[in-house]
Design a protein around this ligand. Structure first.
Ligand code: NAD
Ligand code: AHE
Ligand code: ZN
Length: 375
């Protein structure tokens, strides 16, 4: 198949909010600096649902969504040296070229090499897509487009992993789990004995709890409007629960009262700008740090009294938990193989790519964390 167009199945989002359609998609061969991957397993993340909803200013249609996956390299374009056909890989929506201003800064995991193309659904080389259906071009998404049996990505967006790792599990290390762990370890740098508040107990929030427990946090307060989330969250390290619906006072006040003036660290893992404000304001005066992880819709803005920052609270955000993707995803895979981090526990459902619309429905049900699709 090397050098040839591959026809395979992919789930195409033709329009926002309209059911995805399984189509026969033509996938062009990888050009210079590109890698074509046979996707074996892909999970759904709430960011896919967000873009599908039409609220993402970078959402372009028709497109192939998906960014949490694992597969095997099928072929590589000219000049690709770090992976070869047969390698087991995880596509990374946050690239790492190790040469750009961002990568060299040592201050961020964001990479500038291909972002201008991945944000508009095309490849860097010719600013065109490698996907088409009957001659009609289909946009890429986040530089990954994993809701397809084959995808083409930039070589700087491929993490080569240990072939011993089960791909049906480690696909989760493409987004949600690293994001939560890294928000704690890299962005907030939670110290032993800290108090932590986690808003939203989906996959990302539970991974924050897991990361906080590993970092030695003394209290991990989980906040969710769905009390059914609480029992499961205990297994991820949450020590106390608060449902804002059970209280008349604002949630920030409840947390401040519970913690003698506020928590050391808080994390917003929902994408709700009002909760982001509450998460900042429940932090302790003088040092409390709040990390925004959730993605909010186009047009939404955050606000608080500047006095909150003047008096020492810190507001931060994180993308992919601050992890350098190509360097650190393989390390996370090793940590999973050594049973030092959970992955299996976040998988609540398994379906096939054909059943993707059912998987999107599941995503909005309380019981579902991650649904893994076999491609
Ligand atoms: P999820 O939907 O599984 O989890 C959200 C949780 O928040 C649910 O349990 C829900 O009941 C709860 N919730 C909703 N409204 C609430 C409220 N007002 N107060 C308290 N709890 C509330 O989602 P997820 O997959 O865990 O993703 C969480 C967010 O993180 C999404 O916005 C997603 O787009 C974003 N995300 C960001 C990054 C990043 O790199 N920054 C990476 C992955 C996901
Ligand atoms: N296109 C969206 C931005 C979405 C966003 O912030 N994405 C996160 C990853 S979410 C994964 O589930 C991210 O990494 N952002 C950094 C980047 O470079 O995109 C919008 O709202 O415009
Ligand atoms: Zn995601």
């Amino acid at each position: 198949t090397q050098g040839q167009v591959i026809t395979c199945k992919a789930a195409v989002a033709w329009e926002p909010n309209k059911p995805l359609v399984i189509e026969d998609v033509q996938v062009a061969p990888p050009q210079a600096g590109e890698v074509r991957i046979k996707i074996l397993f892909t999970a759904l993340c709430h960011t896919d649902a967000y873009t599908w909803s039409g609220k993402d200013p970078e959402g372009l249609f028709p497109c192939i969504l998906g960014h949490e996956a694992a597969g095997i390299v099928e072929s590589v374009g000219e000049g690709v040296t770090e992976v070869q056909p047969g390698d087991h890989v995880i596509p990374c929506y946050q690239a790492e070229c190790r040469e750009c201003k961002f990568c060299k800064s040592g201050k961020t995991n964001l990479c500038g090499k291909v972002r201008s193309a991945t944000g508009v659904g095309v490849m860097m080389n010719d600013r065109k897509s490698r996907f088409s259906v009957n001659g009609k071009s289909i946009y890429h998404f986040m530089g990954t487009s994993t809701f397809s049996q084959y995808t083409v990505v930039h070589d700087v967006s491929v993490a080569k992993i240990d072939p011993k790792a089960p791909l049906e599990k480690v696909c989760l290390l493409g987004c949600g789990v690293p994001t939560g762990l890294g928000a704690v370890w890299n962005t907030a740098k939670v110290e032993p004995g800290s108090t932590v508040a986690v808003f939203g107990l989906g996959t990302v929030g539970l991974a924050v709890a897991e990361g906080a427990k590993a970092a030695g946090a003394s209290r991990i307060i989980g906040i969710d409007i769905d009390s059914n989330k609480f029992e499961r969250a205990k297994n991820f390290g949450v020590t106390e629960f608060v449902n804002p619906k059970d209280h008349k006072k604002p949630i920030q006040q409840i947390i401040v009262d519970l913690t003698d003036g506020g928590v050391d660290y808080s994390f917003e893992c929902i994408g709700n700008v009002l909760v982001m404000r509450a998460a900042l304001e429940c932090c302790h005066k003088g040092w409390g740090t709040s990390v925004i992880v959730g993605v909010a819709a186009s047009g939404q803005e955050i606000s608080t009294r500047p006095f909150q920052l003047v008096t020492g609270r810190v507001w931060k955000g994180t993308a992919f938990g601050g992890f350098k993707s190509r360097s650190q995803v393989p390390w996370l895979v090793e940590k999973y193989l050594k049973k030092e981090i959970k992955v299996d526990e976040y998988i609540t459902h398994n379906l096939t790519l054909q059943e993707i619309n059912k998987a999107f429905d599941l995503l909005h049900e309380g019981g579902c964390l991650r649904c893994v699709l076999a491609a």
